[in-house]
Design a protein around this ligand. Structure first.
Ligand code: TEU
Length: 559
């Protein structure tokens, strides 16, 4: 099937986690003016769109994913004037801005919840999900994604409210048409301001199984809520309503963060007819792969193997072909650093493996997302005690598994944090080798990664062989060659345990990609075959090549 051309299929997105990007006023917290001042850097990289993690008013229990006012800017980040200026300056540089939309839940400090908890007959009561106790306890055994029960008893009325995340993030009741009206009005308000799209936080979780059954117990303590809150009975209906009432009236990029999504579900969310969203983020190759040495829940000290990752990504490429559009990502603010997790962050391999991973992802079919610092090959950090942690997910998990239930040894838990904790992605952006990596003149809210003296933007910009310039080239290639955007994906060399290879084909044009995921040379004849038939190299992370093999972490792309 001929793919319909759309700007958001041709775009490369850059995610900014504002808290950790650039601090303009020395309070140790990144802000909007900091982002505006760095726009020339992003323009140089060549990205088309910025996705901003939440910048709305928030008590910051979960760094802005707990919103207390959807139409106000978080004080730490600046003012609405700062926002308007950032938007205007981004647009002047041809960069669009996509907002994070967090509407599965609000903050417990949002005016709706402040009202809702007051009494059983408050007009806002049904904005949230309230249940009577079961045998004097929680209504069911669900575990919150941030440990502990997903239910919180509220003294005022003796009832429990549902919070799939922290207890300061009560879930909205999407079955209530008034909630949908409020959300759609608010979205419309931002669209009229001129923003260019939404990344929708856990949008797959807005419709719950009305039976609220107990979930399967996996860690011996609580039950899994996933099967009863992900892809629920009305989720597609609600998104179609959102599409009719808001999205279809503007020219937007929409991407749903879809925990628990399968390829079948994605074909509905991101259907080619455009009745719901443009694309979704799936979790199979990130949270879904605990890899070897799994400890508990999402916590692991192991690495996922390439064939496992390849099976997942190739299956997504094939299943969505012609039916729905893919998103492509290694990193975001909830994931460890890609080069540490999938590549090799040892000094001798860091740059090569970061470029290899970038090639492997950016030549696939779908819209690629780059997370701040990924273009520098930023790495995971190291946790020496719970004091180093800022993320509520880490702190609660440590308290539950190490302190309270004594199921995991504290040192092992810290090793898990080194491997997969979200704070790995949240250490400040490394701008230069000056104190605090040039992120702030004050004390950063989370310590900088000590390797900033070597790994930073200033050094990368001065080095023509840097990871930065490699990303710049990958982005430029996507803009230049339609086969990279629209070509049909076909897996190659599936018998290799070490080489991830594939082709893309469009109107008789063939693109061949081969990536060595190991630190050893690996046999590969695919590239030589293409070269012998007149193919030419578009990009590679090595200058000199060898016949019949790929060198350690070598990536080659032939057109
Ligand atoms: O994340 C939702 C989610 O299910 C996971 O990414 C989760 O945060 C984590 O990886 C579990 O191990 C979204 C946001 O991206 C995240 O930052 C928020 O904390 C969360 O929703 C709640 O809003």
């Amino acid at each position: 099937m001929k793919e319909k051309k759309m700007w958001w299929k041709e775009a490369v997105i850059y995610q900014i986690y504002p808290r950790s990007f650039s601090d303009s006023d020395g309070d140790g917290i990144g802000d909007l003016n900091g982002i505006t001042s760095r726009l020339p850097y992003l323009e140089k990289l060549g990205v088309d769109v910025i996705w901003l993690s939440p910048v709305y008013q928030s008590p910051n229990d979960d760094n802005g994913y707990d919103i207390s006012d959807y139409r106000a800017i978080m004080k730490d980040f600046g003012t609405m004037e700062d926002f308007d200026r950032m938007l205007a300056e981004a647009h002047a540089r041809g960069i669009r801005i996509v907002m994070d939309l967090v509407v599965n839940h609000t903050s417990d400090e949002h005016a709706w919840f402040v009202e809702s908890r007051k009494s059983k007959d408050n007009p806002f009561r049904d904005y949230y999900i309230w249940k009577e106790p079961r045998d004097g306890k929680e209504p069911n055994n669900w575990q919150s994604c941030f440990s502990g029960s997903a239910w919180q008893l509220d003294e005022a009325t003796g009832m429990y409210y549902l919070h799939c995340f922290s207890k300061k993030q009560p879930d909205l009741n999407w079955e209530n048409p008034k909630v949908r009206d409020e959300v759609f009005d608010m979205m419309d308000w931002w669209c009229r301001k001129g923003i260019d799209g939404f990344r929708m936080d856990v949008i797959s979780m807005i419709s719950k199984d009305p039976a609220y059954p107990d979930g399967p117990v996996t860690d011996g303590i609580y039950g899994d809520l996933g099967p009863y809150v992900c892809n629920g009975p009305h989720v597609h209906e609600y998104l179609q309503e959102m599409n009719r009432r808001v999205l279809s009236r503007y020219d937007l990029l929409t991407v749903g963060e879809a925990a628990g999504v399968t390829t079948d579900e994605a074909r509905k969310y991101a259907n080619a007819e455009g009745t719901e969203l443009n694309m979704v983020f799936q979790f199979e190759h990130t949270d879904g792969v605990a890899g070897e040495d799994h400890v508990i829940g999402k916590w692991t000290v192991g690495k996922p193997s390439m064939p496992v990752i390849r099976e997942i990504l190739n299956r997504w490429e094939d299943a969505l072909e012609g039916k729905a559009w893919n998103s492509l990502y290694w990193d975001n603010h909830d994931q460890p650093r890609a080069v540490s997790r999938y590549g090799n962050d040892a000094p001798e391999w860091r740059v090569l493996s970061a470029k290899m991973l970038a090639t492997c992802l950016h030549m696939m079919k779908g819209t690629p997302y780059i997370y701040q610092g990924e273009e520098l090959g930023m790495t995971n950090t190291h946790f020496t005690s719970l004091e180093d942690c800022r993320d509520i997910e880490e702190i609660n998990a440590y308290n539950q598994y190490v302190v309270e239930h004594k199921m995991v040894d504290g040192a092992l838990m810290l090793k898990c944090f080194d491997t997969v904790a979200r704070d790995n992605a949240r250490t400040p952006m490394q701008w230069d080798a000056s104190p605090n990596a040039g992120f702030t003149t004050g004390t950063p809210w989370i310590p900088v990664n000590p390797n900033y003296t070597q790994i930073n933007a200033e050094a990368a910009l001065a080095d023509p062989d840097s990871v930065f310039y490699y990303y710049q080239k990958l982005i430029a290639l996507r803009h230049e060659y339609p086969v990279i955007v629209y070509g049909v994906f076909k897996a190659r060399m599936m018998d290799s345990e070490a080489v991830y290879a594939y082709e893309r084909e469009l109107d008789g044009q063939l693109l061949t990609v081969a990536c060595n995921w190991t630190d050893q040379p690996q046999p590969c004849t695919l590239i030589d075959e293409r070269l012998s038939k007149g193919g030419r190299e578009l990009i590679s992370n090595y200058k000199e090549h060898e016949t019949g093999i790929l060198q350690p972490y070598e990536a080659r792309v032939i057109l």
